[in-house]
Ligand binder design. Structure first.
Ligand code: TRP
Length: 454
């Protein structure tokens, strides 16, 4: 086989849009509203904004940079950099941890994305238009109760992702998402406008931005940090792969800023659409992971042509979820391809454990919804889904981010980092570097320690 040179994105805009597609997904719409809702709203949003700006954004840039410097799958990229730096510490360890965690993330991601697809299917057959609140609630209950159906959709979502990763369809989907992402954005904007007129906008807005009841505990900060990392896709090496493909002419800091802004805008817009709808329907913000599925259909029920609009919405959300799921597959697939595997075989080999584990989440929403497997360890009230979700988001992602910060701040030479970054402003570089070297590691370690020993 002819050896091709390392692939890269041809244009700056192309790079930004595809990487934003990997970042924007269910996290911005489903997780953001569910986690903000469960944590009481405004105060949590404030903390989210703080950690997004000071911790997650610098790490996003660090992860892109490590990919650009290492140009290989995350474990290989980090080993290569380790050898160059002459360090004895195995830098690839956090990358391997990240790869393993992608399987766990995919396992619940597929169940939620599958439900989005299932709801789209319902809309295709005339669902949602003209429905009342009871019908919407019943659909949610019956969907969650039907574990076979839920597992079917989760499996289908994973199979679709595998197929896309294993074939050339991927670049086609990424091209399509350049249209579909703005379309999803427009649709969320439309929903927010509808919610402002018909829903309880005042209460929704106040819930999101009324910065009171701020509880500054370490556990809350860690939860906000996990959410920020999750919505930006950082901590597992997924973004590193995108950085490795990044053309050298693309400015890393400006790409970071654009992607973070888009990612944040989608989340805020989703919140502005969903909370007024939720309160307008007399529902509670603390309902948990079903929040989106309770709120969004309220709008389609009331709108003319609601079924068609619902179908378009769930379709666009499915595409957003697919482009994110792809970014969860690629670091591992890349690593296996380095071992001589085909992309297809590599992707299918991830399907098996991801689908197997997804059954645990399916059951957590169904008949095991009051089964708390680690109750004997004091983790009472947490289902398998809760454990997998919180374990990956609030523990693995921050640990991955911590490792990337330490590698940039302490492992690599400052001059090399400075040169690879191509950042014009010295002042900004000094701030970013200082954050990664001192503030971020201390903050993350402090949050872990304080959460364990409050
Ligand atoms: N950020 C994506 C979303 O918001 C999910 C995602 C994709 C992700 N790749 C990731 C989360 C890597 C953590 C790590 O839906």
């Amino acid at each position: 086989m002819e050896k091709k040179s390392y692939p890269s994105f041809s244009s700056r805009l192309g790079f930004i849009m595809v990487t934003a597609g990997a970042a924007v997904g269910l996290g911005n719409i489903w997780s953001f509203t569910y986690v903000v809702g469960s944590n009481g709203g405004g105060g949590f949003v404030l903390i989210y904004l703080l950690v997004l700006l000071f911790l997650a954004t610098p790490i996003f840039m660090a992860e892109l940079l490590l990919g650009r410097m290492g140009k290989a799958s995350p474990p290989e990229a980090l080993s290569k950099l380790q050898k160059q730096a002459g360090s004895k510490i195995p830098w690839a360890v956090p990358a391997w941890m990240g790869l393993i965690s992608t399987i766990f993330i995919l396992s619940f991601y597929a169940v939620i994305a599958g439900k989005v697809m299932g709801y789209g299917f319902e809309a295709l057959f005339g669902g949602f238009g003209g429905w009342n609140g009871e019908q919407i609630a019943d659909l949610n209950t019956s969907y969650n109760g039907n574990e076979l159906l839920s597992a079917f959709w989760a499996g289908l979502f994973l199979a679709l992702s595998v197929w896309i990763v294993g074939t050339g369809v991927r670049s086609g989907l990424e091209r399509a998402s350049k249209i579909m992402m703005p379309a999803l954005f427009a649709m969320l904007l439309g929903l927010a406008i509808f919610a402002a007129i018909e829903g309880d906008f005042a209460r929704g807005f106040d819930f999101l931005f009324g910065f009171r009841n701020v509880e500054f505990s370490a556990a809350i900060f860690l939860e906000a940090l996990g959410l920020a990392f999750f919505t930006l896709s950082i901590g597992v090496g997924g973004i590193m792969v995108y950085g490795s493909y990044m053309g050298d002419d693309v400015s890393l800091p400006s790409a970071t800023v654009w992607i973070v802004i888009m990612d944040l805008l989608v989340a805020i817009l989703a919140g502005l659409a969903i909370f007024p709808l939720l309160f307008g329907a007399g529902l509670d913000a603390g309902v948990g992971p079903n929040l989106v599925f309770a709120a969004v259909p309220q709008a389609f029920a009331a709108l003319p042509g609601g079924s068609v609009l619902a179908f378009i919405f769930f379709l666009l959300l499915t595409v957003a979820a697919l482009t994110s799921a792809i970014s969860l597959f690629t670091p591992t697939v890349q690593r296996l391809v380095e071992n001589g595997w085909s992309r297809r075989k590599a992707a299918w080999s991830m399907f098996v454990p991801a689908f197997g584990l997804s059954i645990l989440t399916t059951l957590s929403f169904g008949s095991w919804n009051d089964f708390y497997p680690l109750a004997f360890l004091g983790l009472d009230g947490l289902t398998f889904f809760d454990l997998i979700y919180k374990g990956t988001n609030n523990i693995v992602l921050p640990l991955g981010g911590l490792a990337f910060a330490l590698i940039i701040g302490w492992g690599l030479q400052r001059d090399k980092v400075r040169a690879a970054l191509s950042m014009k402003s010295d002042a900004l570089f000094t701030i970013w570097y200082g954050l990664l070297k001192y503030i971020i590691p201390l903050a993350i370690i402090f949050l872990f320690v304080k959460t364990i020993w409050p």
